[in-house]
Write a protein that binds this ligand. Structure first.
Ligand code: BDP
Length: 608
C-alpha cells in the first residue's frame, strides 16, 4: 500500500473506527519486550489513556521522567464485511519512534514524533474477531533526528533525556489512533493550488490513486450546491463568483474526489478547502492580493496532566482566546501540531506558520567554551559526521509535513527550523537543500522562513538569505540588558534593526519570538523582572521598536501560554512567558495586547 497522509474520512467507500480510549501500558527499561514476546501482549501492564502524554499522569518521578522503550496494547475488532478491502491503522503521532505489531507480527515502524503514519494490516488481521495491537514506542533524543537532544544514563542506571530545546520531552501516543477501511483502488493524495481571476477562481489540482480508473472532482458550496466539477487526475476547476477565504472570515468549499468506473464509485474522499492566495511581494504579505500584518503567538501543544496529548477542549479554548485578544496568526512552534488544529484554523480564519520539529540544531555551549579556551575542539553543528543522517531525516519530516498540510488555507508559510546555528558557512548547504526541497514539494510555493536566534546578527548570520521573509527571535530587555538596563536594550535593538534594514533588500521581517517570564502572582511598583508590570514595560519597548520600521510586518509574541519545560535554574516549573497562564487565564499583558491588536488595522504598514 502506498503511504497516504490524507485525513481519515467516512464516505460511501470508506470507514473509520476510533481506537482511542483506555489502552494497556508498560515501561521496558531493559528493551527486552520483543525478545520476551510483548508483541503478543504485555505481561504486567497498567492502564493508559490514548491520546495523551504518559508523563504527567504518574505521581512518581521515575515514571514521569522515564526515558527508553515503552509499550502500548489494545484489542480491535475488524468487521467481516470489510474483507477484500485495505485495512489500515493510522496513528496521528507516536513520540518519537514506533514499531507496530498486530497479532504478534510486525506490520510497520516510524521515526519522528509529530506526524501521522499508516500501517497496513490486511495480511495479519482476523475478520469478525478481535485482534491484538501492540506498539513499542521510544522517546530517546539524539542528534540524528529532530528535535535534537541527547540521552544520558544516571548513576542508578536510569536514562535521562537531555533536550537541546526549551520544552518538556512529552511522549506517548499523543494523537488519535484510527482503524480505516479503504477500497483496494483508492485515492492516496489530493493537492490544490488557487488563482484568482476577477470574480472567479481557477483551482489547479492533482489526484493520486492506486489504480487506472477515471477521477472526478466536484466542488460544493456551504449550502451543499455543486458549483464546479472537473474530470481527470489533473486539471483546473473554475469556481465562478468565488467566495474567498479570509482572516476571521473563512469560507470553506467541500471538494469531493471520486474514482469512478462508469456509474460505479470505486472510492470517494472529501476535504474542506478555503480558496485564497498568499504571497510575499514588495515587502508585504499579500492575502488575496491585499496586505496583511501578522499579529499573534508562538504556541505549544501543552496543558496540565495531558501534556502534549490532543485535547479538543484546550484547542477550542485557545482559539476563543486568540479571537478575543485580536490576533490573526500563530506559529506551530516547535513541531507540526495535530491536524484538528489546522482544520480549526481554516474554520476560524487564522493564519498559520507551520513549523518542523527542527529545534536544538545548535552546538552546545560546552563545545563553544572548549573551542574558545583553545582546546582545539571546534565543530560547528552542521559539519558533524552525523549531519547527513540528520539532513535525510529532516527532509523526510519536511516532506510529510507539507504533504499533510498543503491544502489548508490557514497554512501560509513553512518554518523549516527554529534557532539553528547559522554563523558559519558550513550551515548554508544544509539550509539551501531544505529550502529548495520545500518549494519542490509545495504546489502553492508558500513562503519559507526559519526563526533566527539572537546570536545570529546582520553581519554574522550566513543563512538568512534563503528566507522569503525573515523571522527573528529577540529578547532584548530579558536575556540581555534586562531590568533597569532596558534603555540600553532598546538602543541595542534599534542598532541591530538598522543593520538588517541596510541589507534586507525587499524581504519583510517578522518577530517570531519576544517575551519576558512573568509570574501571575507578582506585582511590583516600580517594576522588577518577573512581575506583571515588567512584562508590560518590556512589551511596550518592543512594540515601540516594531512600530518604527515599516518593513517589520508581524509580531508573534512568545508565548501564548505558560508551558512545561525540563526543570532547572532558568525555569520556575516551566517557561512563564505566557500571555495566558497554563490554565488559559489572562495575565495583565493579555489586556494590553487586546488594546493594541484590536486597534491595529489588518493592513497595518501596508501600501496605501
Ligand atoms: C527561544 C526558543 C524557545 C524558548 C525561548 C525562551 O526558541 O523555544 O522557549 O527562547 O527562552 O530560544 O523562552
Amino acid at each position: 500500500m502506498i503511504q497516504s497522509l490524507l485525513y481519515p474520512r467516512v464516505t460511501e467507500t470508506r470507514r473509520v473506527i476510533s481506537l482511542d480510549g483506555m489502552w494497556k501500558f508498560q515501561f521496558d527499561p531493559a528493551s527486552k519486550g520483543v525478545e520476551e514476546n510483548w508483541t503478543k501482549g504485555l505481561p504486567d501492564s497498567c492502564s493508559m489513556p490514548v491520546p495523551a502524554s504518559f508523563c504527567d499522569i504518574f505521581t512518581d518521578k521515575d515514571s514521569r521522567e522515564y526515558t527508553g522503550d515503552f509499550w502500548y496494547e489494545t484489542d480491535f475488532f475488524v468487521p467481516g464485511e470489510w474483507k477484500d478491502n485495505e485495512i489500515v491503522i493510522r496513528f496521528g503521532s507516536v513520540t518519537h519512534r514506533a514499531r507496530v505489531f498486530v497479532n504478534g507480527t510486525e506490520v510497520g515502524s516510524h521515526v519522528g514524533g509529530f506526524l501521522p503514519f499508516n500501517v497496513c494490516v490486511n495480511d495479519v488481521v482476523k475478520y469478525n474477531q478481535y485482534n491484538k495491537l501492540c506498539v513499542q514506542a521510544n522517546n530517546e533524543l539524539s542528534e540524528t533526528m529532530i528535535p535534537c537532544g541527547a540521552t544520558a544514563t544516571l548513576s542508578n542506571g536510569k536514562k535521562i533525556s537531555q533536550p537541546y530545546f526549551d520544552f518538556y520531552n512529552y511522549a506517548g501516543i499523543q494523537r488519535p489512533v484510527k482503524l480505516l477501511m479503504l477500497p483496494k483502488e483508492s485515492i492516496t493524495d489530493f493537492t490544490v493550488n488557487h488563482r484568482i481571476t476577477g470574480s472567479d477562481a481557477e483551482v489547479d489540482y492533482v489526484v493520486e490513486t492506486t489504480g487506472q480508473n477515471n477521477v472526478l472532482v466536484e466542488v460544493y458550496d456551504k449550502k451543499g450546491n455543486k458549483v464546479a466539477e472537473a474530470n481527470g487526475k489533473t486539471g483546473t476547476i473554475v469556481v465562478k463568483d468565488v467566495k474567498l477565504w479570509n482572516v476571521h472570515a473563512a469560507y470553506l468549499y467541500k471538494f469531493v474526489v471520486k474514482i469512478v468506473d462508469g456509474d460505479t464509485v470505486i472510492d470517494e474522499y472529501y476535504d474542506t478547502i478555503g480558496i485564497r492566495t498568499f504571497e510575499v511581494k514588495g515587502g508585504h504579505f499579500l492575502l488575496n492580493g491585499k496586505p496583511v500584518y501578522l499579529k499573534g503567538f508562538g504556541k505549544h501543544e501543552d496543558a496540565d496532566i495531558r501534556g502534549r496529548g490532543l485535547d479538543m477542549v484546550t484547542v477550542k479554548r485557545d482559539f476563543e482566546l486568540m479571537k478575543w485578544i485580536g490576533s490573526n496568526c500563530f506559529r506551530t512552534s516547535h513541531y507540526p501540531y495535530a491536524e484538528e488544529v489546522y482544520y480549526m484554523a481554516d474554520e476560524e480564519g487564522f493564519l498559520v506558520i507551520d513549523e518542523t520539529p527542527a529545534v536544538g540544531l545548535m552546538e552546545s555551549t560546552m563545545n563553544f567554551l572548549a573551542a574558545n579556551q583553545g582546546t582545539g575542539k571546534k565543530v560547528t553543528f552542521f559539519e558533524k559526521e552525523t549531519t547527513p543522517i540528520l539532513l535525510e531525516h529532516h527532509r523526510e519530516v519536511l516532506k510529510d509535513m507539507i504533504k499533510r498540510d498543503k491544502n489548508h488555507a490557514s497554512v501560509i508559510a513553512w518554518s523549516i527550523l527554529n534557532e539553528p546555528e547559522t554563523n558559519h558557512e558550513s550551515a548554508t548547504p544544509y539550509f539551501e537543500n531544505l529550502f529548495d526541497y520545500a518549494h519542490e514539494l509545495d504546489m502553492q510555493k508558500r513562503p519559507r522562513t526559519f526563526a533566527v536566534i539572537m546570536m545570529s546578527l546582520p553581519h554574522t548570520c550566513k543563512c538568512w538569505q534563503v528566507c522569503d521573509f525573515v523571522s527573528l527571535n529577540r529578547y532584548y530587555g530579558w536575556y540581555v540588558m534586562g531590568g533597569y538596563g532596558m534603555v540600553d536594550a532598546e538602543a541595542a535593538f534599534r542598532k541591530e534593526m538598522d543593520g538588517w534594514g541596510a541589507i534586507r533588500g525587499e524581504r519583510p521581517f517578522i518577530f517570531t519570538e519576544y517575551g519576558a517570564d512573568t509570574l501571575p502572582s507578582e506585582h511590583k511598583l516600580p517594576s522588577v523582572m518577573w512581575s506583571q508590570e515588567y512584562q508590560k514595560e518590556y512589551l511596550d519597548m518592543n512594540h515601540r521598536v516594531f512600530d518604527s520600521y515599516d518593513w517589520i510586518q508581524g509580531e508573534l509574541v512568545w508565548n501564548f501560554a505558560d508551558f512545561q519545560t525540563t526543570e532547572g535554574i532558568m525555569r520556575a516549573n516551566g517557561n512563564k512567558k505566557g500571555i495566558f497562564t497554563r490554565q488559559r487565564q489572562p495575565k495583565d499583558a493579555a489586556f494590553h495586547f487586546k488594546e493594541r491588536w484590536d486597534n491595529l488595522p489588518i493592513d497595518y504598514k501596508g501600501e496605501k
